[in-house]
Design a protein around this ligand. Structure first.
Ligand SMILES: *Cc1c(COP(=O)(O)O)cnc(C)c1O
Length: 493
């Protein structure tokens, strides 16, 4: 089969057999994932040490490749799909999303322009319009109004895209024409400044750097006792910058910070942005999924004052990585900032102005057919199923928080927010760190930490597809027991 001049492509029938084996392997993984140590136990370099020095000269049987998945790859996997995974935020992958992703690979579509696969663009526009209603977002984000939604690879890209649109709006297009920091005629222009809370995600600073705005022009605005941005401090920071001759370009508010789930007050921040004519971007990467439930919509109160919004179905909304939804209220601002049209991309549909070309809504040109998996997820679960998933996780987080509150040794370090519990043992930072390491090394569960008010805090984020009540009960029992063992080992700690 691999004779000279023959590449050795899989025939459809070989694909069918190998494909069934892969689906079977994934199904078995779902059945067995609970039995693996959650955090991979391999040492650095251990995976590479098992791989041959050079790529094979001759093609190998597919069964051998699959065997090496078990022997080489699986030991080096941290099991994000384990029911005992509580670290960072979830990256949950549901059956329908895996199948949607597989089908997207199978169709092999590159959806840079409407014309390069109309269904790729139109399904995406439509599903993002559905989500506006499913999540209770402002109608101005719908494609039928002046706005619209697009799927990006990550919230970092969504925020970068918002920063570039905001940069161009603030500089009236001068940054794109002449360079950042230059005025309408290419003369020296004002510095552009960006604002976010001290507790915002690192992707804001990264975006500011990539957009050429300079991290010195990023203001980390003070937070209140609940780690939420203070609107009065934001207003003061903007006034100080204006007095110094700077031009405020964007405010990024967070709904559900990565550290503690803090929610910035959108309505008060939005009022400042409206008064000052500053672009308001809202990052709800994790917590945004919660608003499928009407009782969680308080999280986004005031969102109608925002210019753009992002949340990641690839965290908590049952859609496997990568899938970050991004909406703008004024799509013209985004397209003006990002559009370039070389001759080789010219086509009738684009010229007619009747279609969306999503290449103008993102940094890369090419794009995968990500809407397919999101569509599969929404159709499989229905709004009802999505709400049930969020309520299940929030309920388990509240149950865990109640145990923490009732215990003598542990206390909550922040209010429970969208499935995230921040807590700590009374014995101090060293003890909490030792406790976390002991738990993670055991493989029984995996959780991570943050720092709040200068103190080390443990985070337990509930969100995996397979997590049931008995898992969270087991996690609490394990945490309490490990703390007792540690305290006995080091009395007085
Ligand atoms: C996870 C997270 C991000 C980054 O998400 P990516 O999709 O990995 O870029 C940004 N902001 C917040 C608040 C997050 O929790």
């Amino acid at each position: 089969m691999n004779d000279a001049g023959h590449a050795g492509h899989m025939t459809p029938d070989e694909f069918r057999r190998a494909g069934h084996a892969v689906i079977e392997r994934i199904a078995r993984y779902m059945e067995e994932v609970e039995r693996y140590p959650v955090l991979s136990q391999v040492e650095p370099g251990a995976v590479r040490a098992k791989l041959p020095e050079a790529a094979p000269e001759r093609g190998e049987p597919f069964a051998e490749v699959l065997r090496d998945v078990d022997e080489i790859i699986l030991p080096g996997i941290t099991h994000w799909q384990s029911p005992n995974f509580y670290a960072y935020f979830p990256a949950n992958a549901s059956g329908p999303s895996i199948l949607g992703d597989l089908l997207s690979s199978g169709l092999g579509v590159q959806g840079m322009l409407w014309a390069t696969s109309p269904a790729c663009t139109e399904l995406e526009t439509h599903v993002l319009d559905w989500l506006v209603d499913l999540l209770g977002l402002p109608q101005r984000f719908r494609s039928g109004a002046a706005g619209g939604g697009v799927i990006q690879d990550s919230a970092s890209s969504s925020t970068l895209t918002a920063l570039i649109a905001a940069r161009e709006r603030a500089s009236a297009g001068a940054a794109n024409r002449h360079g950042v920091g230059l005025g309408p005629a290419g003369e020296a222009g004002p510095r552009l400044t960006v604002y976010t809370s001290r507790h915002a995600h690192s992707s804001i600073e990264k975006g500011v750097k990539i957009a050429g705005l300079g991290s010195e022009n990023l203001r980390l605005v003070d937070a209140n006792g609940s780690h939420a941005m203070r609107a009065d401090a934001l207003e003061a920071a903007i006034a100080a910058d204006r007095a110094a001759g700077a031009l405020p370009a964007m405010v990024c508010a967070t709904v559900g910070t990565t550290s503690s789930g803090a929610v910035d007050p959108l309505r008060a921040i939005g009022a400042v942005c409206r008064r000052e004519g500053v672009w308001l971007h809202v990052d709800a990467a994790h917590a945004g999924s919660a608003t499928v439930c009407p009782e969680q919509r308080g999280l986004i109160d005031g969102l109608e004052l925002a210019d753009s919004y992002t949340f990641n179905p690839h965290k908590w909304l049952l859609t496997n990585f990568d899938c970050s939804c991004f909406w703008v209220a004024d799509r013209a601002a985004l397209i003006e900032a990002l559009s370039v049209l070389p001759e080789y991309l010219r086509n009738q549909a684009t010229e007619s102005g009747a279609v969306i070309d999503y290449r103008d809504w993102q940094v890369p040109l090419g794009r995968r057919f990500r809407a397919l998996k999101l569509w599969f997820v929404i159709r499989h679960y229905g709004a009802e199923g999505l709400r049930a998933h969020v309520r299940h996780c929030v309920g388990l987080a509240k149950w865990f928080a109640a145990q923490v509150e009732a215990s003598e040794e542990f206390g909550l370090a922040a209010p429970v927010s969208a499935g995230l519990v921040c807590f700590r043992h009374r014995a101090g930072d060293g003890f909490n760190e030792a406790l976390m390491n002991r738990l993670n090394e055991s493989g029984a569960l995996y959780l991570t930490h943050t720092k709040l008010d200068g103190r080390l805090v443990l985070r337990l984020a509930v969100g995996a597809v397979a997590t049931r009540r008995d898992h969270v009960e087991g996690a609490w029992a394990r945490i309490a027991e490990t703390a007792r063992v540690l305290a006995a080992e080091a009395p007085g700690a």
